[in-house]
Design a protein around this ligand. Structure first.
Ligand SMILES: [Zn+2]
Length: 260
C-alpha cells in the first residue's frame, strides 16, 4: 500500500470526493433520459454513452468511462434501488478508504471495462460498478446487516456471495463471459487478493496452533488470538473478531477501525 500512499500524498488533492455517489445520481438521470421520454431516446442515449472503437480513436475518450452510467435494468424500481444501494456503498467505502483510493479503485474498473469493450464489444452497464463496490464493502464490514429491499435484514457478505453467484451463472450461460468477469473484478483481486491469501495462510497457522494447544492440554486461559493494540484475546470477549495486519500481527476489528 506504500505506493498508493505516495501517490495519495502527491495527487490526493485531485481526487473527486463522493465520486461513486455522483455516478449513482448520474445513473438515475441517464435512466430518466432513456425511459421517461419517447422510445427512440433509448437508442440515442445508449449510442452516446457506449464505447465505440472508431469514436474513441477519433478523440471521444470519455466514451471509455461513460458506460458506467448505463442502467442495468429497464425497470424504474430496480434502477432506483441499484442507484440507492450504490450511493450507500460508495459512502461507506469512502469513509473507510478516503476519496483518493475510491477514485483509483473505480477508475480502474471503468477504464478496464471500457478498453475491454473496445475489443470485444460486450454490452456494459452500471451493474459492474455496484458489484465492485459491494465486494470491497463486504470485505470491510462482512457482518454488517442491511435491509434488502428495505425489509429483509441480510449480512453484507451474503449479498456479495449472491452477486458472485450471479456471475457464476452468467459464466455457465455463456463461458466466453469469463473474460468480462475477470476484467470487471481485476481491481478487487489486486486490492484484496493478498489480503485473502494472508487470511488463508493465517487460518492454516491457527489450525496448527490449535491442534498443538489441544494436544498439550494447556490450562484454561490460553488463547488463540490476541490484538496487538489493546492486547485483548477471544477469552476477554468471545464476540471480538480478529484480522491479520501486513506485519503478521493480529488486530481486533475495533482497534482496526480506530486506526482507520
Ligand atoms: Zn484491539
Amino acid at each position: 500500500m506504500s505506493i498508493i500512499s505516495t501517490l495519495e500524498s502527491k495527487f490526493g488533492r485531485f481526487a473527486i470526493p463522493g465520486l461513486v455517489q455522483i455516478l449513482a445520481v448520474l445513473q438515475m438521470i441517464v435512466f430518466l433520459m432513456m425511459y421517461a421520454g419517447p422510445p427512440e431516446m433509448q437508442a440515442v442515449v445508449l449510442k452516446s454513452v457506449m464505447p465505440q472503437a472508431d469514436k474513441v480513436l477519433s478523440g471521444q475518450v470519455w466514451l471509455l468511462f461513460s458506460h458506467v452510467l448505463v442502467p442495468p435494468f429497464t425497470s424504474a424500481f430496480a434502477c432506483l434501488l441499484t442507484s440507492y444501494f450504490t450511493l450507500w456503498l460508495g459512502r461507506v467505502l469512502e469513509e473507510s478508504w478516503g476519496a483518493f483510493r475510491v477514485n483509483l479503485y473505480v477508475l480502474w474498473l471503468v477504464l478496464s471495462l471500457g478498453v475491454w469493450s473496445l475489443f470485444f464489444g460486450f454490452p456494459l452497464t452500471s451493474y459492474w460498478l455496484l458489484n465492485t463496490i459491494l465486494f470491497a464493502v463486504a470485505v470491510l464490514i462482512p457482518n454488517e446487516e442491511i435491509l434488502l429491499f428495505f425489509i429483509i435484514p441480510v449480512k453484507m457478505k451474503w449479498i456479495a456471495l449472491l452477486s458472485a453467484g450471479a456471475m457464476f451463472f452468467m459464466f455457465l450461460g455463456s463461458p466466453a463471459s469469463i473474460f468480462l468477469i475477470l476484467f470487471a473484478n481485476l481491481n478487487f483481486l489486486v486490492v484484496f487478493g493478498p489480503h485473502f491469501a494472508q487470511m488463508w495462510l493465517h487460518q492454516g497457522k491457527v489450525a496448527a496452533r490449535r491442534s498443538r494447544f489441544e494436544s498439550a492440554q494447556l490450562p484454561q486461559g490460553s488463547f488463540f488470538h490476541q490484538c496487538v493494540d489493546c492486547k485483548k484475546t477471544e477469552i476477554d470477549n468471545p464476540h471480538l473478531e480478529f484480522r491479520v495486519l501486513d506485519s503478521g500481527d493480529e488486530i481486533c476489528t475495533e482497534c482496526r477501525a480506530k486506526r482507520g
